[in-house]
Design a protein around this ligand. Sequence first.
Ligand code: PGA
Length: 257
Amino acid sequence: MADIKLIVGNWKMNGLKDDSRQRTQALLQGVAGSAGEAFKMVLCPPALWIGEMVSLTKDSGIAIGGQDCHAKPSGAFTGNIAAVMLKEAGCEYVILGHSERRQYHAETDSQVAEKARAAHAAGLVAIVCVGELEADRDAGMQNAVVGKQLAEALPEGATAENTVVAYEPVWAIGTGKTASVKDVEEMHAFIRSELNKKISHANRVSILYGGSVKSSNALEILQTKNVDGVLVGGASLQADEFLAIARAGAAAAQEAA
Ligand code: PGA
């Protein structure tokens, strides 16, 4: 479990270069030296703006990540980006197996595992997303679903240093519905115990919660046991909101210390 919280912004396919630049500049002003100390902030912009965001955030403590990568280092894969390319562009992280990739690109757990292997080989930290559908939860199947995803999507060689797990219940993404603190606590405890079967020092793996996180609910989520950070979509597009979430992370970490 990390001492400081990991606050990841997934911008998805939002914002032209100027918007992204302005948002990043506002974040740089807002964090004013506290990124990397009070919390760890990671921004995952659209791939085309990665180079620009890497330059803007240089030496600021804010890290940059990709939103996906291909499993192969090169080849005839039109439209794809290799993990080594993200690394060379200055990324430190890559989000893998996001539910939107699973839903719209039919990504499977074994493909996610291959991508995670490529990310690790390239020296990136893989943020591997898992989470159940609403129907799974209604049927009481959430642990079975997430357990299977963890078993199949985390490759051999995953460590606390090269892997972060993000629990994102699909029904809570972009819907305004958040899982209850009890649900989050139970699932994160379950994920921790599953990780213990696979990864040594699993207590040091960061487990993020994602799904309609905003400034008004961030503190109680970040105070929850086994929640080491958050993966934020919509609210990461507003600098003030995202900064407030990061400050909630700092407050929660300080309380726990
Ligand atoms: P949301 O998205 O915060 O807009 O619900 C979270 C995510 O998809 O990572």
